[in-house]
Design a protein around this ligand. Structure first.
Ligand code: GLU
Length: 260
């Protein structure tokens, strides 16, 4: 059973489409709401972790790149600029609500190698103890394929497992997991509850039209698998309604709940 009253630690993941306009520039209204809602949840006494995307997109726009570069070094340069901008704005907006943020940039081996994992875990715990909100992204600037998760859905689930979170919320550009592609089938319905990730589910995510796939449902199902393994409930809901986090914490889920 989903028991929101037992939630003490929460990881919230925000995708690029929630953080930016189609121009690639920051969506300040969403960012302000995000900072307010997360600060408020922190004020309720919960430990909060924000997993943020957007570094490459924001950096591209700031550097005047109109198309996503194919060369790795330019992607990394964009991430380097964008990550700065993101942290600048988070620092500023969270400070408006008297919250302190700390940046944690992670690569895959920080989580998979035991000795590194322990150190990262200690940093998270120290930040919680000191009352700060960790803001996490992949270390896109120096990371290469072999040491990157490559998507922040998987990263957010791994982080939820690392900090032993009680809940992961993925705010996406889609309302939840549908039983068929909502862009092709107007009768497509949201699946409100998923108990396990089986091949059927993977087929649904991948096969329900490439649009859903590109929307990143495959990586979200993968994140759900990590959460199932670690017994962490995970919710996918629409990033346009960041205040839904309150409803979720009150047990009312508008989206898809993945839970054993
Ligand atoms: N780490 C990437 C970025 O900040 C995002 C990856 C993702 O959106 O899944 O641009």
């Amino acid at each position: 059973m989903f028991s929101p009253e037992k939630i003490k630690r929460i990881v919230i993941k925000i995708g690029t489409s929630t953080l930016t306009h189609s121009t690639g520039r920051l969506d300040l209204r969403h960012l302000e709401t995000l900072a307010r809602v997360l600060s408020d949840i922190k004020n309720m006494g919960l430990d909060v972790v924000l997993v943020t995307s957007g570094a490459i997109g924001v950096g591209m726009s700031k550097l005047g790149m109109t198309v996503r570069p194919s060369e790795l070094r330019y992607k990394q340069a964009a991430a380097s600029v964008g990550q700065c901008e993101l942290m600048h704005i988070y620092d500023k907006f969270f400070l408006d609500y008297s919250q302190v943020v700390g940046q944690i940039l992670i690569t895959k081996n920080d989580i998979t190698e035991e000795s590194r994992r322990e150190k990262v875990e200690n940093t998270f715990e120290a930040l919680f103890e000191l009352g700060a909100i960790p803001v996490v992204n992949e270390n896109d600037t120096t990371g290469v394929d072999e040491i990157l998760f490559g998507d922040n859905d998987t990263l957010s689930a791994e982080v939820a497992a690392l900090v032993r979170a009680d809940l992961l919320i993925i705010f996406s550009d889609i309302d939840g997991l549908y039983d068929s592609d909502p862009r092709e089938n107007k009768d497509a319905k949201i699946i409100s509850r998923v108990h396990f990730a089986d091949d059927n589910l993977k087929g649904l995510a991948g096969g329900a039209g490439t649009r859903l796939g590109t929307g990143g449902m495959v990586t979200k199902i993968h994140a759900a698998e990590v959460c199932f393994e670690n017994d962490i409930p995970m919710v996918i809901t629409n990033g346009k309604r960041l205040e839904d986090a309150y409803d979720i914490l009150a047990g009312k889920i508008n989206g898809t709940l993945f839970m054993k």
